[in-house]
Design a protein around this ligand. Structure first.
Ligand code: NAP
Length: 621
């Protein structure tokens, strides 16, 4: 069948276009606005000579070791399942269960799904069906609607398909609401809605060797068949809760930041928020504007760099309107940035192509050894963190609060955050930082949080406790050849993929932006583009060769996994702290994110020219 749309014979309506009406009228809050006070938008200067010496290294080590083993998270199951409810949409529209077949089934209707649809349909692959847990498109930007939400990669490089949509974001760091609307417009324009089952969670994906098809089962009773399955369900999708004794007893209102409950009126209330990662950093300044009292329960401070938000200028709009290819060129320039901080700053002159590079390259008399280069990078990370710590002192008036807000770890080992209003918030009389370092909040009772014998009664408790990194929960529900799940394979052999996209024994299954999946830069959209282009190439190559099945050989998979391990270990000192990036200090090197930068392209190009890693198979059907 050429399209995934099915028509109800009785009503004549599509049976799976179950997009639920959005109950969004109560949603308020914008991305943070432009701040003009220069003291807040510039880092204090730092003497150039500061080095990451033995004393400072010991301080970092102590900071890290004090937190080892403190992270204790749990999924939202049993009585905590309520935290997963979709508060943004009407309940799902009843529909019949589907048992039909499509060529390509994609899990996820976020950036990945939308971009895949655009690329696949352009290449002539139109028999594609999407399954999306939420009531609309957007993925991350569907679920995360907390006040203050904005992207933290510059929006001109981050939002996909800007030129195709004829759209220019309103600000350098667009609000999450603007991004969600962009997703909805993309879906509308490219006919995505006709191909997507909303409020449909894939619960089982099983390879059927005899028919060369995947059997895909969902929570709506569907049992569909697909030749190819693409997992585009994101990297930080499944929300998690801190496991805290007594949390089930709390009698007030509570929710997780990724299901922000706008039905609860926070005005004038006493509100507590647990967690101070990237989400809390954006939400806290907005919360402080409306609540009566705000208690911020912090275990580890984030690094709060300057944001320097700005509006898109008329000149930019005019230039881009007359410059075909501007967005692609900008994204490509962004992808060449190899330093976290430079990606954060996103120098406009460089990204607009007005200057070749954004910093002078220092000439060295000789090539630096690997150790020397590492020390140099650690020193510059240290100096930057000194500036970030000095910024805290310059802004936060209470010395005890300021001391607690200072992070001691290398820049970027936890998600670097940026904000020009977060630190000043702690000078407000109704905002209280509760420092729970190094073990975190460990008790909750009927009334609120208890820490070190002090009770903090709350009307509302907000969990800003993050997400599972790299979607491992999904992988235990995918059964490949020999009935083995992906989790079982990776638990016994270690994480093994080729390019992060294929994994042997799971033919015709592709993982977008999963473990070991490189392909770009600090901009995940770039990675999605790279993966989508690659998948179109795989499908076209198969079409040309008359192949129906693709798997990968053991040797290239082992070699690639070893490469992932080596590049992770080589750069690990730069990320030496307890973080979700390294599975809270427990992940095997090379098993999660990819740290090889552009080397991924080398692996990809070699594979595409030799075809040596692939095993192509025919199929009688
Ligand atoms: P997160 O970074 O995982 O933060 C979770 C927070 O909860 C951490 O501060 C953690 O402290 C804290 N925590 C956990 N258990 C605790 C306890 N018992 N007591 C006190 N604190 C506790 O989650 P997130 O802030 O939602 O961000 C997740 C990721 O989403 C980000 O890193 C980023 O990649 C992405 N994000 C992006 C944007 C954007 O692009 N604009 C915005 C928001 C989020 P520890 O650090 O000590 O573990």
């Amino acid at each position: 069948m050429s399209t995934a749309v099915r028509i109800d014979p009785e009503t004549g309506l599509k049976v799976f276009n179950t997009r639920a009406a959005k109950a969004s009228e109560k949603i308020t809050g914008k991305g943070y606005s432009v701040v003009t006070d220069q003291k807040l938008t510039e880092l204090p200067t730092m003497p150039a000579g500061a080095t990451f010496n033995a004393e400072e290294q010991a301080k970092y080590r102590a900071f890290k070791e004090a937190r080892r083993g403190a992270a204790d998270y749990m999924g939202m199951e049993g009585e905590f399942k309520k935290y997963l409810d979709d508060v943004y949409s009407e309940p799902p529209i009843p529909r019949e269960a589907l048992t039909d077949e499509c060529e390509i089934l994609v899990v996820g209707g976020g950036f990945g799904g939308l971009l895949l649809w655009h690329k696949l349909s352009e290449a002539g692959f139109t028999d594609v069906r999407f399954c999306e847990k939420g009531g609309d498109v957007g993925g991350t930007w569907y679920w995360n609607r907390y006040p203050g939400i904005a992207c933290d990669v510059e929006s001109y490089s981050y939002l996909p398909l800007l030129e195709e949509m004829g759209y220019v974001p309103s600000m350098k760091f667009a609000s999450g609401f603007e991004i969600l609307e962009h997703c909805q417009r993309m879906a509308q324009k490219f006919g995505f809605y006709d191909h997507c089952l909303f409020h449909t969670t894939v619960e089982g994906t099983t390879w059927d060797e005899a028919s060369g098809r995947w059997i895909v089962e969902t929570d709506r009773g569907d049992k569909m068949r697909a030749r190819f399955v693409i997992l585009a369900n994101g990297i930080l999708t499944t929300p998690k809760l801190a496991r805290i004794a007594g949390m089930e007893k709390f009698q007030g209102e509570s929710f997780h930041t990724s299901r922000w409950n706008y039905n609860i009126d926070l005005r004038g209330k006493t509100v507590g928020i647990i967690g101070t990662g990237a989400t809390a950093v954006q939400a806290v300044p907005e919360l402080a504007k409306i609540v009566g009292q705000l208690y911020v329960f912090q275990r580890t401070p984030s690094s709060i760099d300057v944001r320097d938000q700005r509006e898109t200028t008329d000149e930019e709009r005019e230039t881009w309107a007359n410059e075909p290819g501007w967005a692609r060129a900008r994204r490509a320039r962004f992808a060449r940035i190899s330093e976290v901080r430079a990606a954060v700053l996103a120098n406009d002159d460089y990204l607009a192509g007005k200057i070749q590079d954004f910093k002078e390259r220092k000439k060295h008399d000789r090539e630096l050894s690997r150790e020397e280069l590492m020390q140099k990078q650690l020193d510059s990370s240290f100096r930057l963190m000194e500036q970030i710590r000095a910024r805290v002192d310059a802004i936060v008036k209470d010395p005890k609060t300021a001391a607690a807000l200072k992070p001691y770890y290398p820049y970027g080992c936890k998600r670097p955050t940026f904000h020009d209003e977060y630190l000043p918030t702690f000078n407000l009389p109704h905002v209280h930082l509760v420092d729970t370092a190094p073990r975190g909040v460990s008790e909750i009772n009927e009334r609120g949080v208890v820490h070190e014998g002090v009770e903090y009664p709350l009307d509302v408790l907000i969990y800003a406790t993050g997400f599972q990194w790299m979607g491992t929960s999904t992988f235990n529900r995918i059964r490949g050849r020999n009935g083995r799940t992906l989790t079982e394979k990776w638990e016994t052999e270690g994480t093994r993929t080729f390019l992060g996209l294929h994994t042997r024994g799971f033919p015709n299954l592709f993982i977008v932006t999963g473990p070991q999946g490189g392909g770009g830069s600090f901009n995940f959209t770039d990675v999605i583009y790279a993966h989508a282009d690659y998948l179109v190439w795989v499908l076209q190559t198969m079409r040309e060769r008359g192949a129906r099945i693709v798997d990968v050989r053991k040797e290239p998979e082992d070699k690639y996994a070893e490469h992932c391990r080596v590049v992770d270990l080589a750069t690990a000192p730069l990320r030496d702290c307890i973080s979700y990036y390294n599975g809270e200090g427990k992940a095997a090197p090379g098993s999660l994110a990819y740290y090889g930068g552009r080397q991924w392209d080398k692996f990809r190009m070699e594979a595409q020219s030799s075809l040596e890693p692939y095993v192509f198979g025919g199929d009688p059907n």
